[in-house]
Design a protein around this ligand. Sequence first.
Ligand code: PMP
Length: 371
Amino acid sequence: MIYLDYSATTPVSRKVLEEDALFHQRSFANCNSIHALGKAALEEVDKATNTILDKLNLKDYSITYTSGATESNNLALKGIAYINKEQGKHIITTAFEHGSIVSCLNYLANQGFEIDIVDIDDQGQVDLRHLQSLITDQTILVSIGAVNSELGIIQDLKKIKDITSQYPNITFHSDMTQAVGKIKTDFSVVDLLSFSGHKIYGFKGIGALIHRKNIDLRPLIHGGKSLSKYRGGTPPTSLIYSLAIALEDIYKNFEEKEEKVKKLNLYLRNQLKTIKNVFINSPMNALANILNFSLISSTSHQVQKYLSDKEIYVSTTSACSSNQGFSRVVKVLTKDDLRSQSSIRVSISHLSEKTEIDALINALEAYDESC
Ligand code: PMP
């Protein structure tokens, strides 16, 4: 089995599994309970929160734990939109966002919010002049993902913040699901950021929305008093604990892991160039974990199925949009229907090996020759 789909999800690390088992042995109480056991559980959770904020170097931020990045994105966008709707109803985003952002903004558009899409240049970078020109006195929210999940394009959030921070009514949110654990950056350039445990070798079912302490949100899930006033319900203490362990672990020996992924990416790129019908879609400066290409002699689904039958696992688009027959993101960047209908996302990790890339290339060569 050759797994090259680490941006869809990651296997749970041994460290997370082991720590999780120990956590369940020592702490099962409800951290909302005010007895000593509850207080001990709350201490565990507070420690995990401090670890996460510390690792991401986020002072003056709080965390609302969620079920994953989809929920975090919903809470960020709806939460900010609803609470600020008297100030304005204008939101700016890009055409590169994950389906959870797109669906949520479509929903808000139906609720009377106005959504504008900022242009991108031929390298996929946000056009800053266009962004500036879109801002009005009605603009309350700018949501721009840090790393696109299909192409790996990394946005310069600092430059975007330099613009949005000139407007006190604008809250700046970023979906950092593909960035956390894969890049080291100044995460504090945004007011809110979303990410998910299962992309960083943690469990599915836990995510976080990290928000500046001075930011107010309308909750999506109302309930009794809980860890965060923005999400009711009994906090999943062990999942929160495991999220901190996963984050701590992924940033351990980070430079070594990053170097390995960069080398593998370059090797894959060079090998792909030798296949006749391949066009590489990810720009050179994209995140090394993601390499998107099109094998234009076939459709994405045909290639994916062929590889899957050989137990080589890759994506067509992001896993959440994989029923579509084309990639809207590749279409936006390349403006090419054929490339968008035949795009494949390979996503690698520090766990990947050169022999796995070789197996993928051999399979693709054989496929291309048989077409
Ligand atoms: N945003 C991005 C950029 C993603 O890649 C994903 C996962 N495909 C999500 C959001 C949704 O994350 P989750 O599965 O945790 O809801």
